[in-house]
Design a protein around this ligand. Sequence first.
Ligand SMILES: *Cc1c(COP(=O)(O)O)cnc(C)c1O
Length: 370
Amino acid sequence: MDVPFLSLREVNRRDADALKAAAARVIDAGWYILGEELAAFEREFAAYCGVRHAVGCGNGLDALSLVLRAWREMGELVEGDEVIVPANTFIASFLAITENGLRPVPVDPDPHTFNIDPARVEAAIGPRTRVIMPVHLYGQLADMTALADIAGRRGLLLLEDAAQAHGAVSRGTRAGAFGHAAAFSFFPTKNLGALGDGGAVVTDDDQLAAYVAALRNYGSEVKYDHPMRGINSRLDDMQAAMLRVKLGHVDADTTRRRAIATRYRDGIRHPGIILPEVVREEAHAWHLFVVRCSWRDALQRHLHALGIQSQIHYPVPPHRQAAYADLAHLHLPVTDQLAGDVLSLPLSPVLTDAQVAHVIAACRAFAEAA
Ligand SMILES: *Cc1c(COP(=O)(O)O)cnc(C)c1O
């Protein structure tokens, strides 16, 4: 039995009729950039997250970057200020920091939840620290109570990288509503994915939202008036229309993802496979199901031989990339260890019960010496 890692065709086939109708609506309206569909999606997504503003932009990296850029324009940050970030994140979190003339300060995660360790965050704070950027990695909320407490006590800004955590919720608060601002990605593989690139900044801060809205559109609020040097990074109306369709069932998808994750956690009993630690069920949106295994490459080959595709998130952490050779001296043993032993199993709302059972049986049949 074949188990693809993620079939986007199957994911979007469920909405084919509604997506085609939405595309027709945009074509018939004849307005493609900064139009009614975008405005409607921004309202709906802000309401979904439980915040006052959502500002659509071109992708998740730009969403992160636009927040930092806006804080620079607002005088909250200056060149060389430091941003604390989990060392084991996707490289986009780092790129947003460095492209704004800021310095990433990577810290090791908790090896069981994979999320940034608040104690290490506190220890990494120095005189130039201005921002904490937690990442809700693999879909699980970082410890936002502890991080908000640190940010409040130390006078720091809190920017959530929520690219993997649409809809994750803790005590009634959703991903994106914990920090001063949050960035989402709607890359097609994410839990809320467009049919192309897309992203959004969400915030309760009226002034920040206005800066981001201007910066994504050449630094302009009024046409041909440019008080700031902005960029061009907008969520187009076609993608906004697709996302409005898909926003309607992101919670149902999360419920299905959680059910699959529960079956994996109950079923994959293997002394050599370490399962992910879940802090609270609803606080995990299960973007990825990541296990650890000392024989990771052998496990991946074993699964592949049984028709099961798996992936590694992420094989080389940012501080080990040539792009960040200046960070190569850092001592981040947990991150280095995780890069060598993490493996992501297939998890998506279109996985069938039979496919889930096949993955579980295959994991249980893994012989460590293989
Ligand atoms: C996907 C992702 C991003 C970047 O989003 P894009 O839309 O691909 O630019 C940023 N951070 C994390 C954690 C991501 O997973």
